[in-house]
Design a protein around this ligand. Structure first.
Ligand code: GLU
Ligand code: MG
Length: 451
């Protein structure tokens, strides 16, 4: 958006503060706001931020990262295309930012710049990525020091729709007010659990929209006296909150879905299988980016429809990668892959960038997914010895294991770059160490509050 258009839109909408938002290495959305009177300058120069913030954990303690301490500064530089007036916050607008060095270059620890690099990598191979998320979250009411689900409604039930209808209506209105296109809504399996998806978009916009989405859901719920939590496992006895990543590669102009081949098995093209093979091969390390909190590993259990094993299958919701059945008459546009082990404690720029890095590696090396990892049934029902023989391995069981796998994955580490990789690993390991000394009830509570 042109700078003058943006400024007059802000003035016409009576905006006073513009929030410059980013998502950090702990998956927390943070930012600083600028006043309208200095917005014109800030659009160019950005807002200053200490470099230490990319070493900050989700418990507001600094992890130890070389160079990311009390000395040093970067700039949060907003992307004018992302300017949006916030319908739920009086006189406020928001913009998503890139982190720049003082010289105006993308900073090595900037997650949004990492995703942009992966998008360029895809483009150099002639691809554009189409991405959608399936965010699940829990609606709760305060109950002393804790929270209780708003209802005990059944999966996809009309009564569930009824019990949440006012807040859902307000949320839909607030999302529409930001120009975010909504795809579908339903009450999910867990008590108080909701699922509301936005339309797919190109990779960068999908990640930007997910940030605005998370902000909107939490804010509007709060206005209704409720708490919305994106924690991967909100309560020990309820379904987990996933945020499955749907992805397909298209040609550069975005006209042809390159994952579609009418003659391919399940109508997935050879290119789609190569991408899938790359994701499967890198899955243990990728998990540190897509399921990156301590609480994530409470969700990833067998027979919870979140996936717990490295395998793939057509419409198999217990497989880590589902080959999604196309809609009849729209096959060419709708064949795609869905990554199940992904949740809302992830930084969406890192999660999508990581999936792209993994999949593109599969394409570059022309990998084929192992036939043994094709699962046509729930993998938990396959005897353990057979699973082992077929290469259907359990996913990492803890954040620490996933972080170790990421560190051992040269492709993902190279894609992240040295500063982002070291900062990210340090932050997530510091969180794992912090929660190792905390009792489980408090661990649940902290994740419930922060995501
Ligand atoms: N709640 C499940 C999860 O943790 C997903 C259920 C579904 O939508 O298939 O991912
Ligand atoms: Mg769901």
């Amino acid at each position: 958006m042109d700078e003058q258009v943006l400024l007059s839109r802000a003035r016409d909408s009576d905006v006073r503060l513009v929030r410059f938002l980013y998502c950090d290495n702990g998956g927390i959305i943070r930012g600083k706001a600028t006043h309208l009177s200095v917005l014109a300058d800030r659009l160019v120069s950005g807002i200053g931020l200490t470099v230490a913030m990319q070493a900050m954990t989700s418990v507001d303690r600094l992890a130890s990262v070389q160079g990311l301490g009390p000395v040093g500064e970067i700039r949060l530089v907003p992307d004018p295309e992302t300017f949006v007036v916030l319908p739920y916050a009086p006189h406020c607008a928001a913009m998503l930012v890139d982190m720049h060095t003082l010289d105006g270059e993308p900073w090595g620890a900037c997650p949004r710049s990492f995703l942009k690099r992966m998008i360029v990598r895809a483009r150099e191979l002639g691809f554009s990525a189409r991405v959608g998320f399936d965010p699940e979250w829990s609606l709760a009411v305060p109950d002393g020091n804790s929270w209780m689900p708003i209802d005990r409604s059944l999966c996809f039930s009309g009564l569930g729709m009824t019990s949440a209808e006012e807040v859902i209506d307000a949320i839909v209105g607030a999302l529409e007010g930001q120009g975010l296109a909504i795809s579908q809504y339903y009450p999910e399996l867990g008590h108080g659990q909701q699922e509301l998806s936005l339309h797919h978009a190109d990779a960068l916009h999908a990640a930007d929209h997910h940030i605005l989405y998370r902000e909107t859901i939490r804010a509007v719920a709060r206005q209704h006296g409720l708490v919305a939590s994106f924690a991967p496992k909100p309560w020990p006895d309820q379904a987990g909150n996933g945020c499955h990543v749907h992805l397909s590669l298209w040609d550069e102009s975005g006209t042809h879905n390159l994952f579609y081949d009418p003659a391919g098995r399940y109508q997935l093209s050879a290119l789609g299988y190569q991408f899938l093979a790359g994701v499967l091969e890198h899955l243990p390390g990728l998990l540190a980016l897509t399921c990156p909190s301590v609480n994530s590993y409470r969700r990833l259990q067998p027979q919870m429809w979140s996936s717990a094993f490295t395998c793939y299958g057509p419409d198999n919701r217990e497989a880590s990668v589902r080959i999604v059945s196309p809609y009849r008459g729209h096959e060419a546009a709708t064949v795609h892959l869905e990554l199940k082990p992904a949740d809302n404690s992830a930084n969406p720029y890192l999660a999508v960038g990581g999936v792209l890095a993994a999949g593109l590696d599969g394409i570059r090396r022309a990998l084929t997914p192992p036939e043994g990892q094709l699962a046509l049934v729930d993998p938990a029902t396959i005897p353990e010895t057979e699973r082992a023989a077929r290469g259907i391995r359990p996913l990492p069981a803890t954040l620490g294991q996933a972080a170790d796998a990421l560190e051992r994955d040269p492709v993902l580490i190279e894609a992240l770059g040295p500063l982002l990789a070291s900062a990210y690993l340090a932050v997530r390991r510091a969180e794992a160490a912090y929660f190792a000394d905390v009792d489980p009830a408090r661990e649940y509570q902290e994740h419930f509050e922060k995501y």
